[in-house]
Design a protein around this ligand. Structure first.
Ligand SMILES: [Zn+2]
Length: 271
């Protein structure tokens, strides 16, 4: 009896002690979400980070007490459905489904045992006209590692800004719908998982696109606006950092929150 009372008091104290600081911290938590594209020994274009630099970045996170958390954990928190991530949390995402994710990135992901989210546009997967992209078999193999989660990046990666200018309004509306819904359906069928997160191609979004994405069943969408993701950002355009090749100090500035662009500033990639 005495032992069980002591135990109850202990649990009550523990609960009190834990509840207060976490409730206070909850409102201030923001997390850097990194957006990579391609990897390789060299840097043939602005979207490639060398495999060595990526490995050095993951080593730096490990050595400095950072934790790579699943994107879904952050999404649950941002939606008010999960606890606040611990300080020094980072999320890693990769857009487009380039085959160097399989060949170059995968060994490092396994070595450091980190969760990664891939944003894919299914028209390029297993497409002989898109030899740069992964196959469905490769995606399945990545899924089986338990470290890779797959989400949506529209069907064929359109430039919605250009489409809006050149298409008639009804044509544009139909195209947006197809890009959002067909992508989700194909990925769900081929991968057997729920697709409910979206990355905006080229970082292009607006009020209309955000509301169409919501209607299509996406619960959160991501831009490349170079700030930490946080509860006071829009749920259908949560910021991420576009990662380009560079020395370690630039990476450290990003993950430590010292490279944040002003709130409200939109970033797009031009091609
Ligand atoms: Zn993309």
């Amino acid at each position: 009896m005495i032992r069980s009372i002591t135990l109850s008091i202990g649990i009550a104290l523990l609960a009190l002690g834990l509840a207060a600081p976490s409730a206070m911290a909850q409102e201030q938590v923001s997390v850097p979400v990194l957006c990579y594209h391609r990897f390789g020994p060299m840097v043939p274009d602005s979207m490639t980070v060398t495999t060595k630099n990526f490995s050095d970045q993951m080593q730096w996170l490990k050595d400095n007490g950072y934790t790579v958390i699943p994107l879904k954990t952050l999404v649950a928190y941002l939606k008010g459905e999960g606890p606040a991530p611990a300080p020094k949390s980072v999320v890693i995402t990769v857009d487009d489904g380039h085959k160097t994710v399989f060949t170059e990135m995968q060994p490092i992901v396994k070595k450091f045992n980190i969760p990664v989210t891939l944003f894919l546009y299914p028209s390029c997967i297993s497409n002989p006209h898109a030899p740069y992209a992964m196959s469905w078999e490769q995606l399945k193999a990545l899924q089986q590692t338990g470290l890779f989660d797959m989400q949506g990046h529209t069907f064929w990666h359109p430039n919605f800004k250009k489409d809006k200018k050149k298409m008639k309004p009804e044509e544009y509306a139909k195209s947006v719908q197809t890009q959002l819904v067909k992508s989700k359906n194909v990925l769900e069928k081929k991968l057997g998982t729920k697709i409910e997160l979206l990355a905006w191609p080229y970082g292009i979004y607006d009020d209309y696109l955000e509301s169409e994405a919501q209607k299509a069943g996406y619960v959160m969408a991501f831009s490349i606006d170079r700030r930490n993701a946080a509860k006071d950002e829009r749920m259908m355009s949560q910021p991420r950092y576009l990662m380009q090749n560079g020395a370690l100090p630039g990476f450290i500035a990003v993950v430590s929150g010292h490279a944040q662009a002003k709130k409200g500033k939109k970033s797009e990639v031009a091609f």
